[in-house]
Design a protein around this ligand. Structure first.
Ligand code: MV4
Length: 500
């Protein structure tokens, strides 16, 4: 939808592709043309390079915008587009490849004088080598997958005696997830902030930075709320981070839109973490504070145009905060909560932007990420952005499915949030030690114990069987009281199937 909107303004016809699950999706309804590309499973459709390129050839497309999921950071896809003489709206395949390997990116950035977290920039070769490095930089350390990113396959190691087991487990995990077991090691930054810098570069060597986004409010490596500018960053820090970000982009021979992720420690030192070679979900907050249309600029850059402004022309004005509205059940550990949206009332008014992918009557499926919409508040300062968002959240009404909107009311009303005291541990602290938090941390390699996982699985089995026995004994009346009450017999049956 975001790309279609930019195309409309540029008077460029848009062509959508869609899977079986997305026949009636909003982007299919709104694009000028739409073509089916296969089954609901992403591997059969949105990740199928051949099918997508066949559609592009058939409709005579000049360019492909890869969005921000699926193939958007896939260098092989970008190369396949080039081979088919179709412009990939993004950086070159060699840039994507360099930045896709986190060890290679670290090597290149060290060479370019970019501050990186102390650690190794080549794949670990033995347990002994890892122990030597870790002893030198000091525990705790992070083990990371070279082919990973976004926290996948990452592990924190507190002491030398844990290193061998963690290494073996992480390597197996990386091998299975990415087909590449290469690992590297970094000193663990305690209670870091995640702050990222937006850059834009044309294909003629001009690169600018567009300010930072504060993205520390995350859960299970999924961003929940982002804002720009960061309450932590002052003019001087912004300029220093921006100049480093431009250096990163230049060292990678980068063009089009990209984001440099930094970890920021408690002393406000910032370290290059990785570069995302795509437009990001949270780009609207940068658009609002700069007044720029990033997708329009991406398309213009891909068409060979020069950046229409210089660094000194980029002005940051006001404050923007984005809430990611997900179809999630807050009473079930924020697990995806698919279903049909039976009623939808959307907010509008001063300083409110709603980038939505849904409509009343749409059925949210379990096939993809359950992001429904991004509600963005803009104000002349942070306090006004917050007030407008609070007001807009009151206007928003979604029926038929569960959503996480209540969470934003909590965050926006929280004292620590209001005073800008946020780091990557903020959300878990706010939500408290709820049942299931342990499951999440073991799942991403926290290494606690299997017990929490086993307990969660047992609880899920119990809940479904309990609801089923009630359903078969007295039908599915609304008076059902046990776990799973209120679910239709179809849903219960599907859940039983799912557990088999
Ligand atoms: C780290 C770290 C601490 N020290 N690296 C997680 C996502 C991935 N992009 C990098 N991540 C981290 N890397 C070192 N050396 C802590 C995290 C981290 C984190 C980072 C950003 C946002 C949320 C996070 C939650 C947990 C851990």
């Amino acid at each position: 939808m975001r790309v279609i909107r930019a195309c409309r303004e540029l008077e460029i016809p848009s062509v959508a592709v869609y899977s079986d699950a997305d026949r009636a999706a909003l982007h299919v309804l709104k694009a000028d043309e739409a073509y089916p590309i296969g089954g609901a499973a992403a591997a059969e459709s949105y990740l199928n390079v051949e099918k997508i390129l066949n559609v592009a050839k058939r409709c005579g497309a000049d360019a492909i915008h890869p969005g921000y999921g699926f193939l958007s950071e896939n260098a092989k896809f970008a190369q396949a587009c080039a081979d088919a003489r179709i412009k990939f709206i993004g950086p070159s395949p060699p840039s994507m490849e360099m930045l896709g390997s986190k060890t290679r990116a670290r090597q290149e950035m060290e060479k370019a004088g970019v501050p990186v977290v102390p650690g190794t920039s080549r794949g670990l070769e033995s347990v002994q080598q890892a122990k030597d490095v870790a002893a030198k930089i000091g525990y705790p350390v992070m083990l990371k997958a070279a082919a990973g990113g976004g926290g996948k396959g990452m592990r924190r190691v507190g002491a030398a005696k844990e290193l061998q087991a963690a290494l073996e487990a992480a390597q197996g995990e990386a091998q299975r997830a990415f087909g590449d077991g290469e690992l590297y090691l970094e000193k663990a930054i305690l209670n870091p902030r995640h702050i990222e810098m937006q850059v834009l570069a044309d294909e003629h060597g001009n690169t600018v930075y567009l300010g930072e986004r504060e993205c520390s409010i995350q859960r299970r490596h999924q961003k929940v709320l982002e804002e720009a500018p960061s309450p932590l960053v002052d003019l001087d820090m912004r300029r220093r981070m921006g100049e480093v970000a431009v250096r990163v982009a230049k060292a990678a021979g980068y063009w089009n839109a990209g984001t440099i992720e930094f970890l920021v420690d408690q002393e406000k030192n910032f370290y290059f973490l990785e570069m995302n070679t795509r437009l990001q979900v949270e780009h609207p907050v940068t658009e609002l504070i700069t007044g720029l249309d990033l997708v329009e600029l991406q398309i213009r850059i891909a068409a060979g145009e020069r950046l229409p402004f210089r660094q000194e022309d980029v002005l940051i004005r006001g404050h923007a905060i984005e809430c990611r509205i997900y179809a999630e059940d807050p009473d079930n550990n924020y697990f995806p909560s698919p279903g049909t949206i039976t009623m939808l009332l959307t907010p509008a008014g001063p300083g409110i932007r709603l980038d939505s992918g849904v409509y009343e009557g749409w059925t949210v499926s379990i096939d993809y990420d359950p992001l429904l919409a991004k509600l963005v508040g803009y104000g002349q300062d942070r306090a006004q952005a917050v007030s407008r968002l609070v007001r807009a959240l009151e206007e928003l009404f979604v029926a038929g499915i569960k959503t996480n909107v209540g969470l934003f009311r909590r965050i926006l009303g929280d004292g620590d949030f209001r005073s800008g005291k946020i780091d990557t541990g903020y959300l878990e602290r706010l939500l408290g030690a709820e049942v299931g938090c342990e499951v999440a941390s073991t799942e991403r390699g926290g290494g606690k114990s299997e017990a929490a996982n086993v307990a969660a699985v047992a609880a899920a089995v119990f809940a479904v069987l309990d609801a089923t026995s009630k359903a078969s004994s007295n039908g599915s009346g609304p008076a059902d009281a046990g776990a799973g009450a209120g679910a239709s017999s179809w849903k219960r049956t599907a859940r039983v199937e799912g557990l088999k």
